[in-house]
Unconditional design. Structure first.
Length: 225
């Protein structure tokens, strides 16, 4: 039996689950997954059995339960310092924490109007009120971090950190909704999408049988899946 178990929502749709899973994957620790399909009659009950918040992801380590993706990342960073989940440099680490917290707490318009849907392709849709402002802020964050801290790797702070786990679902949204990016922001998006861990997650998402419909994203034309 693996030392860790992580409870997740559907891999196609659950952006919070992806963040926690990427952090755990980066540690190299063996773990087991429990998938709870979302938007079903028993989803809430099953998630509450895993953790007290009724939300995913939930990490189990022995008798310990850690819920919330940010808390999971911090716990894993303390337990696996060799994994480099935060930058070594103090300035970079402070900025990485700041942008991760901003992602965790903000960008409500983008979350609402551009739900994560790895199997879907919705070019031109999801442009609800406030989305353009959120996209511009994310573009600025990516450009700034790559310019100031990105030497030595393809991610925001060079090598992988929890900041990349925080923004990975956004990179998938930008692909799903065909958001135009240029220069360093586009290169960063492409690096995240090509990242082997995200490729593994995406393959599992494509194999899932569950579908959640987003009526507001239904557009005339060919089927979206």
């Amino acid at each position: 039996m693996a030392e860790f178990t992580i409870t997740l929502g559907n891999k196609n749709y659950s952006s919070w689950s992806l963040r926690g899973w990427l952090a755990l994957k980066q540690t190299g620790a063996a773990f087991e997954e429990e998938i709870v399909p979302l938007d079903r009659p028993d989803s809430k009950e099953r998630i509450l059995e895993a953790g007290p918040s009724g939300r995913v992801p939930v990490l189990h380590h022995g008798a310990l339960t850690v819920w919330d993706s940010l808390a999971i990342g911090e716990y894993l960073a303390e337990r696996f310092p060799e994994a480099g989940l935060w930058p070594d440099d103090g300035t970079a680490r402070a900025v990485a924490r700041a942008i991760s917290a901003e992602m965790h707490a903000g960008f409500a318009a983008l979350r609402t109007h551009m739900p994560m849907d790895l199997r879907g392709r919705h070019p031109g849709l999801g442009r609800g009120p406030g989305v353009a402002k959120d996209i511009a802020r994310i573009d600025a964050i990516w450009r700034d971090c790559r310019a100031r801290f990105g030497r030595g790797g393809d991610f925001l702070f060079g090598g992988f950190t929890l900041a990349d786990a925080a923004f990975a679902p956004v990179a998938t949204r930008f692909a799903t909704y065909d958001v135009a990016l240029e220069g360093p922001a586009a290169a960063y998006r492409d690096a995240v999408l090509a990242w082997p861990a995200l490729q593994d997650w995406s393959a599992a998402a494509r194999a899932e049988p569950w579908v959640i419909e987003f009526p507001e994203l239904q557009a005339p034309g060919p089927a979206r899946r």
